[in-house]
Design a protein around this ligand. Structure first.
Ligand SMILES: Cc1cc2nc3c(=O)[nH]c(=O)nc-3n(C[C@H](O)[C@H](O)[C@H](O)COP(=O)(O)OP(=O)(O)OC[C@H]3O[C@@H](n4cnc5c(N)ncnc54)[C@H](O)[C@@H]3O)c2cc1C
Length: 159
């Protein structure tokens, strides 16, 4: 397997996969940027090879992925890694453009909401990955969506 990325998500993916994968190649364009506790946990793994300051050139395969070609950003040398799967863990950008001039966003562009799903605009509620609620998961987004809808209903009833 390969994990692409060098932050906490990538390190957590390596930690999860190390128990089941024969070998993991971690490929990151930067040095590791995750929390030190995760770096200390994964770095000694016997089935991990790290290619830091390496970029992805190509993902090869027919029906399934078969290899990954990477390039050392300093020496410019390329290397082909045979593998059976790739996890891309390079972060997410919240798609909050439509409301960027309307509601308050945090520094990474997520819509800031209260625990009652309220944005900075009265009567406007938000839910899911686009908000500052931690953990981007389906079950959480669905629950947050239900909360926001109930709050919107309550707001209208009060009017
Ligand atoms: C590769 C990948 C794998 C994942 N695997 C898992 C998993 O195994 N388990 C899990 O629980 N979660 C997983 N997730 C996370 C999960 O997909 C999200 O947490 C969840 O989809 C968030 O739901 P959401 O409704 O907040 O956002 P989304 O599902 O992104 O829905 C937002 C919707 O809004 C629409 N939209 C955007 N802008 C506008 C606009 N201006 N006007 C109208 N509509 C607009 C979009 O088209 C989209 O349909 C994964 C995510 C990715 C990217």
């Amino acid at each position: 397997m390969a994990v692409i990325g060098g932050g906490n998500s990538a390190l957590e993916a390596v930690d999860d996969m190390a128990k089941i994968a024969e070998h993991i190649d971690l490929v990151s364009v930067t040095p590791l940027t995750g929390d030190q506790v995760l770096i200390d946990k994964v770095t000694p793994l016997p089935n991990l090879s790290m290619y830091l300051e390496h970029g992805v050139v190509e993902i090869e395969g027919d029906t399934f992925v078969e290899s990954l070609t990477i390039r050392d950003m300093k020496s410019k040398e390329t290397k082909k890694l045979p593998l059976a799967g790739i996890f891309v863990e390079i972060g997410l950008l919240p798609n909050s453009n439509a409301v960027k001039d309307l509601v308050h966003l945090n520094k990474v562009g997520e819509i800031e909401i209260t625990c009652s799903s309220e944005t900075s605009v009265p009567g406007l509620y938000a839910a899911g990955d686009v908000t500052n609620v931690p953990e981007k998961q389906i079950v959480i987004a669905v629950g947050e969506g239900a909360k926001a809808a109930l709050q919107a209903h309550r707001y209208l009833r009060r009017l």
